[in-house]
Design a protein around this ligand. Structure first.
Ligand SMILES: NC(=O)c1ccc[n+]([C@@H]2O[C@H](COP(=O)([O-])OP(=O)(O)OC[C@H]3O[C@@H](n4cnc5c(N)ncnc54)[C@H](OP(=O)(O)O)[C@@H]3O)[C@@H](O)[C@H]2O)c1
Length: 301
């Protein structure tokens, strides 16, 4: 099987490279805009691919004719999307259209990653058939992409995920676990919201979800997240407990108290039974996820 990954320098992209490059029966084509930033340069082919350039999408996909394309590339900074509608649409919507059209032309199966931010967050955890109602431009852009994919005749699956955490080398951006750990280690006070609830997702688990969906050429929408439902404050508290950091630095705050350009849905989180039953997906517990990161930071894994 040939698998092409977009956005291979990102958190999920690097975890997919970790996973696929050691699989003897899979040929991995890792693609990213610019240089390859993955640490170990063996076991896969690398191609530069900016997915907002339709000609590049057509050229690279037609050259390699993958069986499956996993689209991890996106404008993922929710607040940047709120101030750059054009850039957000170019990457999160138009580029998905190019991928869909080209997958259609070469007969590839598209695995696309979406988000809990397509929901308004009045309640949770939610199932796959929950009615979308985005509060932010990022959420709207990801919903537009979902609609483009679902209205096409290609084979597709959409994997929706929640608050992804993990560690890779040369990261595009940080995530909640590393942010909390690093700041608490430096003795900084942190204002953390107690009124947003999530099922945080270990990046390895999301990569495993992509692998299972790609291997089975799964069709439809799947929730792929962790199974532990918690407030963001609870999450950070558990990070502090795990690394034995000073919890008195944590100030319980509200979404109203922390001014952010883009609105966040208060309560999301996913029910993941469909992925467990149909794909065989089994995520780590949150504390097991932290233990894995700890090993990686110590250089043991
Ligand atoms: N992270 C979360 O909490 C979260 C939650 C829900 C859903 N998701 C979804 O999960 C997916 C993976 O997210 P992630 O956490 O791995 O994000 P990430 O670490 O920000 O990775 C996104 C990657 O996309 C790349 N990219 C940006 N513009 C590109 C372009 N024009 N062409 C090709 N690649 C481009 C970025 O490249 P550079 O490295 O050069 O910037 C980056 O490596 C995304 O679809 C995201 O919407 C993420």
């Amino acid at each position: 099987m040939k698998v092409l990954v977009t956005g291979s320098n990102g958190l999920l992209g690097q975890k997919l490279t970790d996973l696929y490059r050691t699989k003897a029966d899979v040929e991995l084509i890792a693609t990213a805009r610019g240089e390859d930033r993955y640490a170990h340069k063996t076991g896969y082919i690398f191609e530069t691919l900016d997915i907002t350039e339709q000609a590049q999408v057509v050229a690279v996909l037609t050259k390699h004719k993958p069986d499956v394309v996993i689209n991890t590339a996106a404008m993922t900074n929710v607040d940047v999307c709120e101030s750059d509608y054009e850039g957000c649409d170019a990457l999160n919507v138009d580029a998905v259209n190019y991928l869909v059209t080209t997958c259609n032309a070469i007969g590839a199966h598209l695995v696309h990653i979406s988000t809990d931010f397509i929901f308004d967050g009045t309640h949770g955890p939610v199932l796959e058939n929950e009615e979308p109602k985005p509060l932010s431009y990022y959420g709207l852009s990801k919903l537009k992409a979902e609609n483009i994919i679902q209205n096409q005749s290609i084979n597709w699956c959409i994997l929706r995920t929640v608050l992804v955490y993990g560690v890779v080398s040369d990261m595009s951006r940080s995530n909640i676990v590393l942010w909390a750990k690093n700041n608490l280690e430096q003795g900084k006070n942190l204002n953390v919201v107690g009124d947003q609830f999530r099922t945080p997702t270990l990046a390895e688990d999301l990569a495993q979800g992509c692998f299972l969906a790609a291997s089975q050429k799964a069709k439809g929408i799947f929730n792929i997240s962790g199974s532990d439902f918690m407030s963001v404050f609870d999450l950070v508290y558990r990070v502090a407990s795990f690394w034995k950091l000073d919890k008195s630095l944590l100030n319980l705050s509200t979404s109203e108290g922390i001014k952010q350009p883009a609105k966040r849905p208060p309560i999301t989180g996913f029910i993941i039974d469909k992925a467990k039953n149909q794909l065989g997906y089994q995520p780590h517990s949150f504390e097991d996820g932290l233990a894995l990161i700890n090993q990686q930071l110590l250089g043991n894994k």
